[in-house]
Design a protein around this ligand. Structure first.
Ligand SMILES: *[C@@H]1O[C@H](CO)[C@@H](O)[C@H](O)[C@H]1NC(C)=O
Ligand SMILES: *[C@@H]1O[C@H](CO)[C@@H](O)[C@H](O)[C@H]1NC(C)=O
Ligand SMILES: *[C@@H]1O[C@H](CO)[C@@H](O)[C@H](O)[C@H]1NC(C)=O
Ligand SMILES: *[C@@H]1O[C@H](CO)[C@@H](O)[C@H](O)[C@H]1NC(C)=O
Length: 336
């Protein structure tokens, strides 16, 4: 079954492409609740846009070697069918978008751009003087961003744990968004800086910091690979064995999906699948970017491409660098 197309992504798509200030709160297809939130907190619009951009570019980077490469379209729905297919890809999109929003809002809080949030002051003054360190500087305070991401992206505040077991499209999306937010928390780390005469590190100041978003992306990619298939409660016919098997509770860090993914090999316009024809592959790789896997066994074409670069650069006194132009011919392989 198809999941209901969530309007928020229509809007995130628009904001990632355009200028949010111009869009304002009234024009985009926001739900009444989101419109209300948007009106109350217009200063968060740039962060919403940053978060969407961050998430989309990270998705494309994590999946650049996969058959499904997270390509987006200019269509307002951005992700097309993958947003509603109930697959692992849907799960990843929701998680990374929710995480991107937390990350961008928190960044803005830490940089002092916001009156409603700032650095995490709860740790200030604490530490272990005996061991020569204390908390200081600006610890990222993810609570505000997390709160906002929930408020903005979750369609309902209903309890997601259903007594009957299984999920609805809404609870699946909400679960995966939450897993994305948890990923920010899970990947946080502590950074320290030394003080003391000539770098003796007699005293250290430490603070909590969010991981760069690439690390969050890699973490979520791993979750994607271990995504758990759960029961779609709206499906009528489910074998008993399957029903029992899929009823296992899933912790909040894991991603969940309903449907098996298509193989993404061949173009299917109806499903919005681009197929891998024409994709560049690596003949010597046994991974997902290898020609065998990426081209789905269809074979590949080899083209020779000329590559020109600056090389053998020498520093010439004084003061410039002189290089030669080097040409090389490389094989490039693309899927048939
Ligand atoms: C994904 O692959 C398609 C071809 O299947 C290509 O047209 C598109 O540019 C790729 N997108 C990204 C983001 O690499
Ligand atoms: C914070 O504000 C400054 C100055 O307006 C801006 O350059 C910077 O990009 C902002 N940071 C974030 C994370 O929004
Ligand atoms: C949701 O339901 C579970 C089990 O029924 C309960 O333990 C939990 O506290 C509830 N959470 C909320 C936010 O109501
Ligand atoms: C192709 O794959 C091999 C083996 O994984 C790797 O060493 C090489 O750098 C890759 N080449 C390109 C162009 O990515």
């Amino acid at each position: 079954m198809l999941l209901r197309r969530p309007t928020i992504y229509l809007w995130l798509g628009l904001t990632s492409a355009g200028v949010p200030e111009k869009l304002g709160c009234a024009n985009p297809p926001l739900s009444p609740k989101q419109r209300d939130l948007c009106r109350k907190k217009p200063f968060l619009l740039p962060s919403i846009q940053d978060g969407a951009r961050l998430a989309i570019s990270e998705c494309q980077s994590q999946f650049r070697h996969e058959r499904w490469n997270c390509s987006t379209s200019d269509q307002p729905s951005v992700f097309g069918h993958e947003l509603t297919s109930g697959t692992k890809e849907t799960a990843f999109i929701y998680a990374v978008m929710a995480a991107g929003l937390v990350h961008a809002v928190t960044r803005s809080c830490s940089q002092g751009n916001m009156t409603e949030c700032g650095c995490d002051t709860r740790l200030q003054g604490l530490g272990s003087p005996a061991e020569g360190w204390h908390w200081g500087g600006c610890s990222d305070h993810i609570q505000y961003g997390t709160w906002f991401s929930r408020k903005f992206m979750d369609s309902s505040s209903k309890n997601m744990t259903s007594s009957r077991g299984g999920h609805t499209p809404d609870t699946m999306n909400q679960h995966n968004s939450e897993a994305g937010r948890q990923a920010i928390d899970k990947t946080m780390s502590t950074d320290c800086r030394c003080h003391g005469v000539s770098g003796s590190c007699a005293v250290k100041t430490c603070w909590r910091t969010m991981a760069p978003f690439e690390r969050v992306g890699a973490y979520l990619k791993d979750r994607y690979e271990h995504s758990i298939q759960v029961l779609d409660r709206s499906r009528k016919k489910v074998r008993k064995k399957e029903r029992e098997h899929r009823r296992v509770p899933v912790d909040k860090y894991k991603l969940i999906h309903f449907n098996k993914s298509p193989n993404y090999c061949l173009e299917d316009r109806r499903l919005g699948v681009a197929g891998t024809r024409g994709r560049r592959c690596n003949r010597s790789s046994h991974g997902s970017d290898g020609c065998n896997l990426l081209c789905c066994g269809r074979g590949y074409n080899t083209h020779v491409v000329r590559h020109v670069e600056r090389c053998e650069c020498k520093f010439v006194w004084c003061c410039y660098v002189r290089c030669r132009r080097c040409e090389s011919m490389n094989d490039m392989h693309t899927c048939k």
